[in-house]
Design a protein around this ligand. Sequence first.
Ligand SMILES: Cc1ncc(COP(=O)(O)O)c(C=O)c1O
Length: 387
Amino acid sequence: MRYNFDEEIDRHGTNSRKWEGMQEMFGRNDLFPMWIADMDFKTPPEIIDAIKKRADHGIFGYTFRSESFYDSIIKWMKGRHGIDVKREWIVDGAGVVSTLTMAVLSYTNPGDEIIVQPPVYYPFFRIIQNNGRIIVNNPLKLKDERYTMDFEDLEHKITKRTKMLILCSPHNPVGRVWKREELETLGEICERHGIIIASDEIHSDFVYSPNVHTSMLLTDFKELALTFIAPNKTFNLAGIPSSVVIIPDKKIRDRFLIASENFELETSNIFSIVATETAYTYGAQWLDELLIYLKGNFDLVKAFFEEKIPQVRLINPEGTYLGWIDFRNLGLSDGELYNLITERAGVALDDGNLFGIGGSGFQRMNVATPRHLLLKGLERLENALRR
Ligand SMILES: Cc1ncc(COP(=O)(O)O)c(C=O)c1O
C-alpha cells in the first residue's frame, strides 16, 4: 500500500461540519461523528501539491476550464467505467446538488411531479419541494435484506404531470449498485411516459467487486438521461465543490445551458478546476487502495454486529461508503433508537427517517474513517446497548 488510510488527522479547527457542526442537527457538538458524507482521509498528495502550486502563483483572476480539464474527465470515464463521453456532452457545474436543482428548474414547471425512490439522499426532497414541484415517492422494496426498485408501483404513480425521475446510482443510503437490467427497465418506463432521468452518479467510483457500476450512459436510454458526476465524494473534495453533468441529447443539453447562463454561473473556482483535473489524471491508484480499505471497514462493521450485537444488521453494501444499518430487531421506537445512539452511545449517525419512506428503524453510518476510529464508534454503540 502506498497510501496510509490509518493516519488519524485532527479535523478540529477547520470548520468541519462533520466534527464541529453537529449542533444544528443533533443539538450538541460532543458526539463521535459517523454521519454526513465526507471522509476523514487526506485527499491524494498529488492533489494537495497541485493546489499548493496554484496557490503559490498568487493571482486568482477569472479562470476558464481548459481542454485538458475535459480530457481528464473523458479519460476517467473511459478508463474507470468503460464509457465513451463526447466533449460536447459535458456541461459545467458547481456541485451536484446545485446542478440537480438547475435540472429541476430547466425541465419542470411548478406543480409538476418528480419521482424519487426512498429511502434516498434527502436533499432530493428539498430541491423538489422548495421549488414548488411535487414529490412522488416510488419506495424501494426490501426483501431478504436486499433492496430493489418497485416498477409496478412506479407505473401506477406516473401521471401526465410527472416530468422527471431523480435516480441515485449507486444508491445512497441503501448501498445498491443498480444492474443494467434494472436500469433498462426503468429507462423503458420513463421513455414511454416522456420522463427525463436525472441520474446522480456521484458515488459511482465507490463500488465493491463483484459489483460493477452501470451508468445511465451505458444503457439504451442515455438520450433521456442527465448524468451527474463529481470528484467531490471520490477524492474528499466537498469543500472545493466541482461537478459536471453529461447530457448526450442536444435538445435537452441546450435547455440546460440556457438555465446555466441565466444563473450566471460561468466563473469557475480555480482550486476546484485544479483539483478535479489532477484527481482524474493521477488519482486512480489512490482510489484503488481506498476501495480496499473501505471494503475492510465494511467487513469490520458486519463482523462486529454479527459477533457483538446480532440483532443489528448491516445491509450488504455494494457501493458507497455509507452503511445502512437495520436496528428494527431491537424493537425500539424511533425516538428511543435516536436516544440510544445520540444520548447513550454519544455517536452521531444519520437518522433513517431523514431519508423518507422506509427509513424508520434504520440509521446511516459513514465508514470512511481510520479503522481504529470506526471501532471506537462501534464499541460506543455496543456499550450503550449492553447498558
Ligand atoms: C447522492 C448524493 N448526491 C449529491 C451529494 C452532494 O453533492 P455535492 O456536494 O456535489 O452537492 C451527495 C453527498 O453526500 C450524495 O450522497
